[in-house]
Design a binder for this molecule. Structure first.
Ligand SMILES: [Ca+2]
Ligand SMILES: [Ca+2]
Ligand SMILES: [Ca+2]
Length: 829
């Protein structure tokens, strides 16, 4: 008997049972049924159905993180359950606001009100537990507005990487989810396209005035997805509506498989009814996740694996460490007691301490039947942890350069046409230009000289000035503290050419500082002050995935030409793709830049004196012009350190920020200052230890929409400094906390969040600019563990497109260079 027929039989049996026992069973709730739990989601072992625990927040519109969600055997495979206006909504298509959410325990239901302000369109979605299934029903008090007739529908989305190459059955017809998008589309007039975010367009229609609309891959009234994979199998049926299955990747690489029913026109009341039954594998218990450092351990450091367990999983008494010998055979190196830490959100946590094992070697951990991959214990394990970041990730993110590596071109020289003055605009990616330009340039006039230096922000290609200031600050700090002489990169600003793994006689870090400064100083010189950002002018190239040099056409925009037309001399085009400089003046940013210009000038003066002089000149001018305008709240470290901060201790990082500033001043101060700081370092020690009670991993774990590795890195950097200056208060053992977390000792899975040299298993996918290839750029640091309300942490390693968990940033990755450099330095002391 194959699984499908088993499942169908099971279903039929149950239906028959329900019919015959109908009167008797109306009040009967089986222990196996979905039930609303205390956290307000429908729950049974292996299946969680969340109903607007996470709302569409509108910031970036459809973030694939909201609505009705299914966490299926521990993986959030389904989301986006909502009334939507497109067959396959893209990130910038409109999302509904949640106007109400009512939980009714008596009827075992959750009802949400959804609204599209742009169309004055309200609907209600009611989810009710029905045995092992939920019923999802859409109610309308007023008919679908005419403008949305045939467009508004109830959608739910399936994560492609969890479903591709698995089978599905629609009304008995067999199919397989495609690995790559290759279904069919039609085009329709733009006038028929529902409005997108702020009226922007996600697509370049090449002058056709038509948009692409995917056609369904299948339609019917009953679908069973993943009939060949019990952990992913879901049966969905609807008697009153047609189900349509689409592939959202036809429009956007980050699209999901979409199942939808178009809402009927002219009707009110209950207009769409689905029965959704996620299969639960009988007796399923989530596999233990043994968290440990994929980079390994040095012999004398504490070595504690944190094991994440299903709450139904009885704790075993011991775990063991196995050594793989050089002849390939293995032997048990250690067996030790497992200690319970206790529950933290969804799971239960235990710890296995194998610190007593000092012998260098190759090891793996075994807990019950679960074995980890192997890792090293050796004094050298941390020596190379920053090399991929400095040799590969950072140079690849150098803007306005051609970047080569061996036979491969990472990108050509981007944005040769330069940057135009942004007109007043309310923009995307949180960018905006105020009512005036604050410059001598007219809207859309070319600002000369800005296409030099600078670093791509993150997975996108804009220059965030604040982040680039951080980059230079981080690199100058690394230079002044550690003077890293590493030279693995050829950088020619004159040739606008970077070659990886080709030494050129100059320490790379100086060249990176120079590169960051070339853009920042150009901003100050050409604009007169700092731009907030240099970014895309049009949404249809903002989501660019590919060679940065092909994001724009490299030709100056000339509005006298028709779109896509090129001038006779080949230098101008009518395509409005040129990047914009957002130039609203911000005196605080100017003052930050001035501070960085002064410190960068220190670092650069022996290397490139002319740039150092330009930087100093701009620092003085910006200070003179902006110092009076900034909010000059005196930054009093002692006051900050004295703040009562019971809350702050665990949930904020104000204390870490203040104590780091205090540590940074130590080299400039006397012994009395160091003594005065001592009580706060003692307080910091308590603060650090407080995290052992807060969570099983002993580091600050963020619960925001961006997983926030920055907070963890700040924490780690501060611990390093605290140990450096006050080793009698902050013991060496504390410095390993953050490294453990970054390199694999964390919830969900045990892969290193850093694509670091030395890690046995790093994350395989990141939200880098090569994410469409399901790949990564070596040295990237993922934000890490994303929290989904009310109790779920995740970090997808087969789906790169969720930036809150997978996108590394230039500011964060240079912060990692500081952390890693300080950490290596202390470890090897
Ligand atoms: Ca950006
Ligand atoms: Ca070099
Ligand atoms: Ca252009």
């Amino acid at each position: 008997m194959n699984l499908l027929s088993y499942y169908t039989q099971l279903f039929n049996c149950r239906k028959a049972l329900y019919l015959s026992l109908f009167l008797l069973t109306t009040c009967y709730v089986s222990a196996q049924d979905l039930k609303l739990n205390d956290l307000e989601y429908f729950d049974r072992q292996g299946v969680n159905v969340l109903v607007y625990s996470n709302n569409f927040n509108g910031g970036f519109n459809d973030e694939k993180n909201s609505g009705i969600e299914i966490i299926h055997h521990g993986v959030r495979t389904v989301q986006g359950g909502a009334v939507r206006l497109n067959n396959t909504p893209e990130q910038w298509d409109l999302v509904p606001t949640t106007t109400s959410r009512k939980v009714n325990r008596d009827t075992q239901s959750i009802e949400v009100g959804l609204r599209y302000n742009d169309y004055d369109f309200d609907s209600r979605v009611m989810v009710t537990a029905k045995g092992k299934a939920v019923e999802i029903a859409v109610f309308l008090d007023k008919p679908v507005p005419e403008a949305l007739a045939g467009k508004a529908g109830f959608n739910i989305e399936f994560l492609p990487s969890q479903y591709w190459q698995k089978t599905y059955v629609m009304d008995g017809r067999l199919n397989r989810f495609p690995r790559y998008a290759a279904s069919q589309t039609v085009t329709r007039p733009n006038s028929e396209k529902p409005r997108q975010f702020k009226g922007f367009k996600t697509y370049d229609d090449r002058g056709t005035n038509r948009f692409v609309d995917p056609l369904p891959m299948e339609t019917g009234h009953e679908i069973i997805v993943a009939t060949d994979a019990p952990e992913r199998m879901i049966r969905i049926s609807s008697e009153d509506s047609e189900l349509q299955l689409f592939d959202g990747r036809m429009l956007a690489q980050n699209g999901w498989y979409v199942l939808r029913s178009v809402l009927p026109t002219g009707k009110t009341g209950k207009v769409v009814t689905w029965t959704v039954e996620p299969h639960a594998v009988p007796g399923w218990i989530r596999e233990p996740n043994i968290g440990f450092s994929q980079v390994g351990y040095i012999p004398e450091q504490p070595k504690i694996a944190v094991i994440e367990l299903d709450k139904q999983d009885p704790v075993k008494a011991t775990a063991s460490l196995w050594r793989i010998k050089t002849d390939g055979t293995k032997e048990k190196a250690f067996e030790g007691a497992v200690k319970e830490w206790g529950p933290y959100y969804k799971y239960n946590y235990v710890k296995f301490d194998f610190s007593s094992v000092h012998e260098p070697g190759v090891y793996y951990i075994q807990y019950g039947d679960t074995k980890t991959n192997d890792f090293l214990i050796d004094k050298s394990v941390y020596n190379k942890i920053t090399d991929a970041t400095t040799d590969i990730w950072i140079p690849i993110h150098m803007n306005h350069m051609y970047v080569n590596e061996g036979y491969r071109t990472w990108h050509g020289e981007p944005f040769k046409e330069g940057y135009l003055q942004a007109p007043p605009s309310d923009h995307f990616d949180l960018h905006a230009q105020g009512a005036t330009t604050d410059t001598k340039y007219k809207p859309l006039e070319l600002i000369p000289g800005l296409n030099v230096g600078g670093f791509f922000d993150a997975g996108d290609f804009d220059i965030e000035t604040g982040s680039n200031i951080n980059v230079v600050q981080n690199l100058v700090r690394a230079w002044e503290l550690f003077k890293p002489q590493r030279d693995e990169t050829f950088v020619s600003e004159q040739q606008r050419y970077v070659d990886l793994h080709r030494p050129d006689g100059t320490p790379d870090i100086l060249q990176f500082i120079e590169h960051g400064m070339l853009n920042l100083v150009a901003q100050a010189e050409q604009i007169g002050h700092m731009a907030s950002t240099l970014s895309n002018s049009v949404l249809d190239n903002y989501h660019h995935l590919g060679d940065a040099a092909s994001l724009t056409d490299g030709l100056h925009y000339d509005p006298s030409l028709k779109p896509y037309e090129v001038s006779a001399d080949g230098k101008r085009s009518g395509t409005p793709d040129d990047m914009w400089a957002f130039t609203t003046r911000n005196p605080n940013l100017d003052m930050q830049a001035a501070a960085v210009f002064s410190s960068a000038a220190r670092a650069l003066k022996g290397y490139t004196a002319p740039l150092a002089q330009r930087a100093l000149k701009q620092a003085e001018r910006l200070t003179a012009e902006s110092a009076q305008k900034v909010n000059r709240r005196r930054f009093d470290i002692w006051q900050m350190l004295n703040r009562p901060q019971e809350e702050d201790w665990i949930h904020g990082n104000g204390f870490v920020y203040a104590i780091q500033a205090a540590f940074d001043s130590i080299p400039l101060k006397d012994e009395a200052y160091k003594q005065k700081l001592r009580p706060y370092v003692i307080k910091f020690e308590k603060y650090i230890k407080g995290f052992d009670k807060d969570n099983p991993y002993g580091v600050p774990i963020g619960l925001g929409n961006w997983a926030g590795v920055n907070m963890v890195l700040n924490f780690g950097i501060a611990i390093n400094y605290a140990h450096l200056y006050y080793p009698d208060i902050i013991g060496k053992d504390e410095i390993y906390r953050v490294a453990n977390w970054l390199f694999g000792c964390h919830p969900y899975h045990n892969y290193s969040f850093v694509a670091a040299v030395g890690a046995a298993r790093s994350k395989a996918v990141f939200y880098g600019n090569n994410r469409a290839d399901f790949s990564f750029i070596p040295g990237n640091v993922a934000p890490g563990l994303l929290f989904r309300k009310p109790d779920h942490f995740e970090n997808f390693d087969d789906w790169p497109f969720l930036w809150g968990q997978n996108e590394g940033t230039i500011a964060g990755n240079t912060q990692y260079v500081i952390f890693g450099s300080a950490f290596k330095n202390l470890v090897n002391k």
